[in-house]
Every structure is written in C-alpha cells, then in structure tokens.
Design a protein around this ligand. Structure first.
Ligand SMILES: *[C@@H]1O[C@H](CO)[C@@H](O)[C@H](O)[C@H]1NC(C)=O
Ligand SMILES: *[C@@H]1O[C@H](CO)[C@@H](O)[C@H](O)[C@H]1NC(C)=O
Ligand SMILES: *[C@@H]1O[C@H](CO)[C@@H](O)[C@H](O)[C@H]1NC(C)=O
Ligand SMILES: *[C@@H]1O[C@H](CO)[C@@H](O)[C@H](O)[C@H]1NC(C)=O
Ligand SMILES: *[C@@H]1O[C@H](CO)[C@@H](O)[C@H](O)[C@H]1NC(C)=O
Length: 546
C-alpha cells in the first residue's frame, strides 16, 4: 500500500519510529559556543548586509534546537541515526545576502557546504557527509509570487511543490506547473535536477518551463540568467544546482490547465481475468504513444493473494491524469487500451488542484481534504527507504514480464513504478537542457522499497533487495550507459572521493545521469567553480589538471 502512495508513506512510519526508539534527550544548557561558531558568525557579520538577526540563523551542535533543525528536513530515516555524521553548523538564511555570506564564510574556513532545499533527497547527501561539513538550509527562503497576467511565477528554492501549486491555484483555476506529484518535495533540488510529474507528456519537464533563475556563485555573486550566461543557465536545468552554486529562485512559465481534469486508478493482479501481465503488455504500447494530455503511471508491487491464502501475486495499478473530461479519455482508451476496461464510472472529474490532492493520496478527496493540505510540510517525519532508477527503450516481452514477476515475488517487497515518456518529452532535444533522457525512451523506472524496522539489518536487507531487482532488470533496460535519473539519487551507481581520480569517478555516475551532456557539464563546472567548492558525493567534477 505504501508503495502505491509514495508521498503518503511518511506519516505512519514516523509514529512507529518514535515508539521503537528510546529517545534519550539530555538538554544541556547552551554551552560556550565553539570557536568555529564564533569565527563563522564574525565572518558572516562582515559579509552580509543584513546583520540584524545573524545569531538566529546560525546553529551550533550545542544549541538545544540543533537536532530539530537538522531533523525537520530529513526525508529518509536511514540517515537519522546517532552514528550518522552531523554538520558542524547549520545556517538558515533569511535573505539572499545571508546566502552570499554563508558561501564566502564556508570557503574562508575551508569546510564543505551542503545545500538543502527541503526534500526528498533519497540518499540524504544534502545533509550528511563523510567529511566535516556545514549545512546551508534554505527552508526560510520560500517566497512565491504568481503573476497570472504574464503567466509567470518566481519561486524561491526552499518552497515546496505543494506550496507552488497552492499559490498558483489561489490566483487562477486554469493555470498549473509541470512538476512532481509529492507536495513536500523542495523546489531547488527538484527543478535543478530535471523535475518531472504527471503533465510531462504535455508540457515536458519543469526545466522546460523555467525562464530565469537566480544563483549565488562560488565568489558570493548573485547572478540571474543574463549575468550567469546561457552555459550555466543550461547546466542548472537538469544538471543539479548543487554542483554549480546555490540556487535562490527559479522563474517559472505557468501552463494552462482545463477547469476540469480526469483521474482514475485501475488495478489487476495475476489472478484477474485480464491479468496484470496482459495489462502491462498493452500499457507499454499505449502509455508512451497515446494522447499527450494523458499520463498513465504504472505501479507494480508484490502483494498477498486474495485468492490463494499464504501466496503472493503481482498487482499492476494504472494511475492516471487526463487533461480533459472523462468521456473523452474513455473513448480514447476504448480504442487504444481495451484491456484496461475503463468506463466513465471508473473516472473522477476534478479541478486541477484536486487532482494534485488525489495524486498525493487518492483517499484525500473522499476524506474532505482541501487544497490547504498542500501547505503542510510534514516536518520531521520520514520513512526508511531506498530508490533506484532505469530507462526502458524497448518493450519488455510477455515472457520477460512473467520471469520478472517471479523474481519480484521471491524478493518480496521492492516495487517498480513505470513513468511513461513520449509526447512533449520526445520533441525536445536531448541537449536542449542538461537533462538528457528524451526521445527513444518508452518509460523511466523507479525502484521503490520502504520499511519501518529501524535496525541496520533491515536496511541491509531491503537495500540489497532493491539492488538484486536492479540486477535482474539488466536485460530489459538502457545500456552503455545504463542511464539513471539524477533526482532518484542512488549512490550505488558511483561516488566521488575527490582524490586523484575525481574526474574518472565523476564520469562513472555522470555518464549515467547525463549521457552525452556530461562533457558540457564538466566544462561549465570547470569554468564557474574551478576549485570544486560546490561538491557532493555525486557532483559534476572539474576537468583534471594536467
Ligand atoms: C543587500 O544585498 C542584496 C543582494 O544580495 C541587495 O539586493 C540588497 O539591496 C542589499 N541591501 C542593502 C541594504 O544594501
Ligand atoms: C469500473 O466500473 C465498473 C462499473 O461500475 C465496475 O464493475 C468495475 O469494477 C470498475 N473497474 C475498475 C477498474 O474500477
Ligand atoms: C472471468 O472469466 C470467467 C470465465 O470466462 C467468467 O465466468 C467470469 O464472469 C469473469 N469474471 C469477470 C469479473 O469478468
Ligand atoms: C529522527 O530521530 C529522532 C529520534 O532520535 C526522532 O525523534 C525524529 O522524529 C526522527 N526524524 C526523522 C525525520 O526520522
Ligand atoms: C528481509 O526481507 C524479507 C523479504 O521481504 C522479509 O521477509 C524479512 O522479514 C526481512 N528481514 C529483516 C531482518 O528485515
């Protein structure tokens, strides 16, 4: 169930984690500030023009609120253990000038800066590190201004997608923005890494609808599209912002949405008359080629059989958004996807904002949830999880699928989510932005496993399970490189230790995330941050010095 509602999974587990862990809080009185704290604060005072509240934006580990500030935006409970390395400081800027100061001062004390815009960051690399580090936490920089007349919105990096959708809806019922379906995802990482959601086949990725950006560079300069130049602007649309600077805001081009849209969910198992296998075979033909207003996500999950007790089956769920009315999508799918058996009574016609609520949780409308739900940041709540990704370019055969179901049932818990491409995605060149995965891809896979047991052995068990499924998928997915999606961050595909081989290490994961765009990203990186100040486990490396 939790796999079918990936955004929802957080609430329950937080309670369980709380019950399972013995929380020992020893609130020590604020001890004398560390010298790093003093040095940093003094530096900030000199390098920012808004000095009024500086001590309130800087948190040393001795500060009693430090754990809460740290944990609020931890979105993967795997990285919330007592042995997880903690930052030396957390900086929570309130102004652009604070960000400028933070970059200059982290550089002057020569400590790695991790930039966090709020979630989901599956591998936690915006708030953990093997080397000493400082977190620049952007959650206060969350302003959103919507200009309906000109159909643009300026959105700061620390806003969430739910807030963006809500603020657009406040001003217009016929505008939206193509980005992710989970409301608590943070704008900065989501958009700079590509940003996709259920309007992708009609409008492309978030980055295809970004018309300007503000970034603080390694020298503390505040740049916009004109002053950063087209190379850097290209790089931060799909290359991930954190390799290049600190994204402050994006200017988004709003897109039109109909007053009424249609959502539906259809489920089959291996035991229904039309089987899950039949469904997936036809889905692969239809989902990437159908009307571009239609996005049909497919979720595959091993579940307990309701027919033969004690056995498992595979459940295939089609979850869809159609930018139009129910009767139209039913008549399209009667022709193209008869095995789905969709009827008007299986569909729900809603406003676009209610479709956002439904996609987050398909019970939400029944439960009377209002758009205000989208403003809930669900602080300090996280599941244990592992994600991986793949791209499929050739339909998987019926035999292949049947073999795969056996493997998934054996493994027991890891699910797959197929996100269909085609439509607008196939019309945009693979080098138009840094995001390369365009034409030729039928669908993208997200591997997904969540668990509640906080023990390290459970983490090993379930992450290994995801790895094994990934290995089983090898014959069915893209090759040389085996492509991956940056925002489904996965450290298994390579990490950088920033030693002698930094460039080669970077090439390993970089070629998978960026395909042929890797080379240009390296050139941009080398030009804007030659000493590699902005780095993380999978950042774009600089060219090797000869
Ligand atoms: C402070 O710096 C920001 C740019 O970082 C600028 O927009 C603002 O006008 C400055 N404010 C003052 C009072 O100098
Ligand atoms: C669609 O609606 C029909 C008629 O109400 C119902 O029999 C069928 O089970 C529904 N199908 C799905 C997938 O919900
Ligand atoms: C499934 O097929 C069987 C045999 O063809 C038929 O008797 C049954 O009514 C069908 N069930 C549904 C739900 O269509
Ligand atoms: C992190 O762990 C603490 C207990 O040590 C718990 O109170 C908190 O809710 C957890 N937060 C997340 C995001 O997992
Ligand atoms: C390991 O995974 C299997 C299969 O999902 C599960 O049955 C088992 O309970 C897990 N073991 C642990 C220690 O989590």
């Amino acid at each position: 169930m939790s796999e079918a509602k990936p955004c929802l999974a957080y609430y329950l587990s937080a309670v369980i984690v709380f019950l399972l862990l013995t929380v020992s809080t020893s609130l020590s009185a604020p001890s004398p500030a560390s010298s790093l704290y003093d040095t940093f604060l003094q530096c900030l005072t000199q390098h920012t023009n808004s000095t009024a509240q500086l001590s309130s934006i800087l948190f040393a580990p001795t500060n009693p609120t430090f754990p809460t500030v740290l944990e609020n935006y931890i979105r993967n409970a795997r990285f919330n253990t007592s042995s997880t390395r903690k930052p030396l400081l957390i900086v929570t800027p309130l102004t652009e000038s604070h960000v400028q100061g933070a970059v200059i001062c982290a550089k002057s004390v020569d400590i790695q800066l991790k930039i966090r815009s709020g979630g989901h960051d599956y591998e936690g690399i915006s708030y953990i590190s093997d080397e000493p580090f400082i977190i620049l936490d952007m959650f206060n920089l969350r302003a959103i201004t919507v200009d309906v007349e000109n159909e643009v919105a300026v959105v700061q990096a620390g806003a969430t997608l739910g807030e963006v959708y809500y603020r657009i809806w406040e001003k217009s019922k016929v505008h939206g923005f193509p980005a992710g379906v989970c409301p608590t995802v943070g704008v900065g990482g989501h958009i700079s890494g590509g940003g996709y959601g259920n309007m992708m086949r009609k409008y492309g990725l978030s980055v295809d609808n970004v018309i300007d950006a503000e970034i603080i560079d390694v020298n503390g300069n505040l740049l916009n599209r004109r002053s950063m130049g087209e190379d850097l602007f290209w790089a931060i649309r799909g290359g991930g912002g954190a390799s290049f600077g600190v994204i402050l805001s994006f200017t988004l081009k709003l897109v039109p949405v109909p007053e009424t849209v249609t959502v539906f969910r259809v489920e089959k198992t291996l035991e229904t008359n039309v089987t899950a296998t039949d469904l997936v075979v036809q889905w692969q033909q239809v989902a990437p080629t159908t009307d571009e207003r239609l996005f049909m996500r497919l979720l595959l999950q091993p579940v307990s059989s309701k027919v033969v007790k004690g056995t498992k089956t595979i459940r295939a769920s089609v979850v869809a958004l159609f930018l139009g009315r129910a009767n139209e999508v039913v008549s399209i799918l009667e022709k193209e996807f008869p095995l789905l058996g969709l009827r008007v009574e299986n569909c729900t016609e809603v406003s676009w904002i209610d479709s956002v609520l439904w996609w987050n949780d398909d019970e939400s409308l029944k439960n009377g949830d209002k758009p205000e739900t989208l403003l809930n940041r669900n602080l300090n709540s996280a599941n244990f999880l592992k994600r991986k990704s793949d791209y499929v370019q050739k339909a998987i055969s019926r035999d292949g699928l049947e073999w795969l179901w056996k493997r998934m049932i054996e493994l027991g818990k890891t699910g797959l989510v197929f996100n269909p491409y085609g439509g607008k995605m196939a019309e945009i060149g693979s080098d138009a932005t840094a995001f390369p995965h365009r034409k030729g891809n039928l669908f993208k896979i997200q591997y997904s496993v969540n668990w509640d047991d906080p023990s390290p052995s459970a983490a090993t068990n379930f992450t290994n399970q995801a790895k094994r499924l990934y290995s089983y998928m090898t014959p069915f997915v893209s090759k040389s490189p085996r492509s991956a999606f940056l925002n489904y961050r996965d450290l298994d595909i390579g990490v950088n230790t920033f030693g002698q081989n930094s460039f080669r290490e970077g090439e390993v994961y970089g070629s998978k995330y960026f395909n042929a765009n890797f080379e240009r990203l390296v050139k941009v990186k080398t030009a804007v941050d030659p000493h590699n100040f902005f780095r993380n486990e999978q950042s774009v490396p600089v060219l090797p010095t000869i």
